[in-house]
Design a protein around this ligand. Structure first.
Ligand SMILES: [Zn+2]
Length: 459
């Protein structure tokens, strides 16, 4: 059977590449809402094109209020169908491209373009996996439903609409992250901090950095009252910590800038938080009170070590903590923390511990999101791992991550592909691309997954 499947998969490759080019050529970045186009006309155009292509391949398609669409393969109950959840919207182009973002070309077996990897490529691979299984003609015991969302990169409004106006299957996977399988997403907390600024010690006049709690800021600026030898002290501290810190005098004030390494709050290990750096520098220059408290508790630690909150568990790893926003003005301080918590963590206890570590600050638990867990022993995870292992020979291993995939829209949803271990991180970046060989591999992995999870003769 697998030889026949291989033949079919190989024969479908050129058509799959053409389909992907068509989808990538549509700049489906979120735009102004208009009649019949809740996320802008380009996303609507992409949804129409995608559903037309799905229908041309022989699948039953439905447009759900222009918020999302699906292509069904096989018969059966919608809720019990295997969902494959992908998205057609893309993030804005950004800077630094050396190729055309919406005029996809293949060079040396690599297709370049916004959305090739996140998430149109994986969506097309899943569609052609369905087509291959259909052509193979094996009987299915469950329906397969490819859901194409249109608002993944923004607010997931598409899935709220979909859940209200169509049947979201109970179980499935989203090819919008990494192999092997991501079956655990940590919980999340946002904590706000408010405090008075100290009247003693170094006077900080302004320190406003960060727009979003889930981003590790890569640079920060603060303005402080001038004092003796400040420029030289900043220089010494910069050398002491090995950090990029600069300072200059202007209008009787000193302007300090720290340059760190930006990144995502869920993965702080490889980052250097410029707000944390600045807090440490300000403390060492003589700031006291709440500023010193933040420097001592947060500083540039990422796992709650100095807040009595460094919890971890075997299945999902360590707590992470990011200070993403700080505002210091008019003798008041405001900050916002983004935490990702292990499955076994208790949010109330963590909040209490962090509050106790900052006695001169007022803390508020702004939001608390529970973790999303699909047991590794579940049939879904095991069969996906089997399919992955059969095609790649790679280790079967379920992963936990800090959060952010579409998969948790489904009760029993996991992320499955389509980036392979060792692939460069290209999503949301300039010159986003996908290797066609990887796409062909994913097509086969998804086809095997469908057969294992939905084939009548599989158990
Ligand atoms: Zn995505």
């Amino acid at each position: 059977m697998y030889r026949k499947l291989d033949e079919i998969l190989v024969s479908l490759r050129p058509q799959m590449v053409e389909t992907l080019k068509r989808w990538v050529a549509i700049p489906s970045v979120k735009g102004e809402k208009t009649e019949g186009a809740p996320y802008g006309v380009e996303i609507r155009r992409c949804l129409d094109q995608a559903l037309k292509d799905c229908a041309d391949l022989g699948f039953e398609v439905e447009n759900i209020g222009n918020h999302a669409g699906h292509a069904d393969f096989g018969k059966g109950d919608d809720y019990e169908a295997l969902a494959i959840l992908a998205h057609l919207d893309v993030v804005p182009v950004g800077e630094g491209w050396t190729r055309e973002p919406f005029n996809p070309v293949v060079e040396d077996g690599i297709m370049y373009g916004r959305g090739t990897s996140d998430d149109k490529g994986p969506a097309v691979a899943a569609l052609y996996a369905m087509k291959a299984v259909k052509d193979l003609g094996i009987p299915l015991k469950r329906k397969v439903r490819l859901i194409l969302g249109c608002d993944e990169e923004s607010g997931w409004e598409d899935m709220r609409y979909y859940a209200q106006h169509a049947t979201l299957p109970r179980s499935g996977f989203s090819p919008d992250a990494d192999y092997p399988v991501i079956n655990i997403e940590k919980g999340g907390m946002h904590i706000s901090i408010e405090a008075e600024l100290p009247t003693e010690g170094l006077q900080v006049l302004s320190f406003n950095t960060g727009e979003r709690p889930n981003v590790v800021p890569g640079s920060a600026k603060a303005k402080i009252q001038d004092g003796a030898d400040l420029l030289q002290k900043v220089d010494e501290l910069s050398k002491k910590y090995g950090w990029k810190v600069s300072a200059q005098e202007e209008d009787g004030c000193v302007h300090i800038q720290t340059t760190g390494i930006p990144g995502h709050a869920a993965y702080p290990e490889a980052t250097l938080n410029a707000i944390g750096m600045m807090l440490v520098i300000l403390r060492d220059l003589g700031a006291t009170g709440s500023l010193a408290t933040l420097a001592n508790t947060l500083g540039i630690t990422y796992h709650g070590e100095n807040m009595n909150a460094s919890v971890e568990d075997g299945q999902s790893g360590k707590l992470t903590c990011n200070i993403g926003i700080i505002r210091v003005e008019n003798n008041k301080l405001y900050a916002l923390l983004d935490l990702r918590t292990p499955v076994l963590a208790n949010h109330q206890e963590i909040f209490k511990a962090i509050s106790a570590s900052m006695p001169d600050c007022n803390l508020t638990l702004v939001s608390s999101r529970p973790p999303h867990v699909v047991p590794e022993s579940s049939e879904l995870v095991q069969k996906l791992l089997d399919a992955y292992h059969e095609v790649t020979g790679n280790e079967k291993k379920a992963l936990a991550i800090g959060g952010g995939t579409y998969a948790k829209v489904l009760e029993e949803g996991v992320a499955f592909g389509a980036s392979f271990p060792g692939d460069p991180e290209v999503a949301h970046q300039a010159d986003e691309h996908i290797r066609l060989e990887s796409l062909y591999k994913s097509m086969k992995i998804f086809a095997l997954a469908i057969i294992k999870l939905c084939g009548q003769n599989e158990n």
